[in-house]
Design a protein around this ligand. Structure first.
Ligand code: KG4
Ligand code: ZN
Length: 337
């Protein structure tokens, strides 16, 4: 079965083709121009998706040595995400499905991330703990099957990626914040500043907004304007902040490992690209003797391969979406218990 996947929820347009579960193409076009605005400008994002989507589909077919007629199933991200951006990929996918009389499956973006470990050679084994860390979400989940996801905890304010982006902005490092903070941290001392991590009543929930504020206070108390932060200090602040985020994420994951029987751990989402977090999850897996699956970089950030894979699994489970399916900007909870 040849599956075409389309992802356009934020600032990446991506088109992928999988044949059964074999990846034939996963093309990702990143809208780098948003960096000059310090964040994603929704309207510009929609327009850029519109411009690139057809050439990207043509390139993906060519790379896969297939024609449009060889496609058996069309899948697209339906949300959560930016409404205008989502509309481009979703409407395009529905139009294609209609004109080709092929089945169409709308895919929840977060579910795409949750199962993205299956794109790797070494796959997660059910039940597994999924730590989903992206720009919009931070979730700790018990994934029991392709149709049952139990939510253990989530952020009560900012997402982990959002915290990276906001702290990067306040340090004057630019957007997207994750890679900038990671880069700045390389020569820094993570033990220099002890930034606090939130202790919440619910053991599996996260909070990053207090951490962000404490970085802001630290900068305000020690420097007059951000341009005055010497490079060495900047590296120490970035490294100490990164360490605090990683500590918060690992702490709850460790609690879950102490309380639940799982076969593996999967770290997914854009922030899963963070080297320090990847190392810490691997260490945690070793400590508990659990298999750890972290997707390679192209499957961490937004990509259509994960959408095609999730769409295929949904189709196999008997799901098919109607062509009047509407995008949903916030998280739809169909498979979450
Ligand atoms: O999953 P994703 O591509 O988009 C959403 O679904 O939100 O995640 C994007 C987020 C951004 O906040 C970005 O700063 C963060 O992932 N990110 C990182 C790294 N690379 C990307 N965060 C920390 N370290 C990185 N290396
Ligand atoms: Zn994402």
């Amino acid at each position: 079965m040849n599956v075409l996947g389309i992802e356009s929820s934020c600032d990446e347009t991506s088109v992928a083709i999988i044949s059964d579960e074999k990846l034939l193409a996963n093309l990702i076009s990143s809208q780098d121009f948003h960096s000059k605005y310090g964040g994603v400008v929704p309207e510009l994002s929609s327009r850029a998706h519109l411009q690139i989507i057809i050439p990207l589909i043509k390139d993906a077919l060519e790379k896969s040595n297939l024609t449009l007629n060889d496609i058996d199933l069309i899948c697209s991200t339906a949300g959560p995400g930016l409404i205008g951006a989502l509309l481009v990929g979703l409407t395009f996918a529905k139009g294609l499905a209609f004109s080709m009389r092929k089945p169409f499956v709308a895919v929840n973006h977060i579910e795409g991330h949750i199962y993205s470990g299956f794109l790797m050679e070494e796959k997660p084994e059910f039940p597994y703990l999924a730590l989903v860390v992206s720009g919009g979400h931070t979730l700790l989940l018990l994934v029991e099957s392709f149709s049952k996801i139990h939510k253990l905890g989530s952020t009560v304010d900012d997402a982990a990626g959002e915290a990276f982006d906001k702290v990067s902005k306040l340090l004057g490092l630019g957007y997207p914040g994750g890679p900038k903070i990671q880069g700045a941290s390389e020569n820094g001392n993570p033990k220099k500043i002890k930034f606090p991590i939130a202790e919440l009543k619910d053991p599996y929930n996260f909070s990053f907004s207090g951490l962000k504020t404490s970085v802001l206070r630290y900068v305000q108390n020690n420097y007059t304007i951000k341009k005055n932060i010497p490079e060495n200090d900047l590296a120490d602040i970035a490294a100490s902040f990164q360490k605090a985020v990683v500590r918060a994420l690992i702490k709850n994951t460790e609690k879950a490992l102490n309380n639940l029987e799982v076969n593996s751990i999967s770290l997914v989402g854009g922030v899963a690209a963070n080297q320090s977090l990847r190392n810490s999850i691997i260490e945690l897996g070793n400590k508990f003797n659990k298999k750890v699956v972290i997707p390679r970089m192209e499957f961490c950030g937004d990509n259509a391969a994960m959408i095609a894979f999730r769409g295929l699994k949904l189709y196999e489970l008997g799901y098919e979406s109607k062509l009047n399916f509407s995008p949903f900007p916030s998280l739809a909870k169909e498979h979450f218990a």
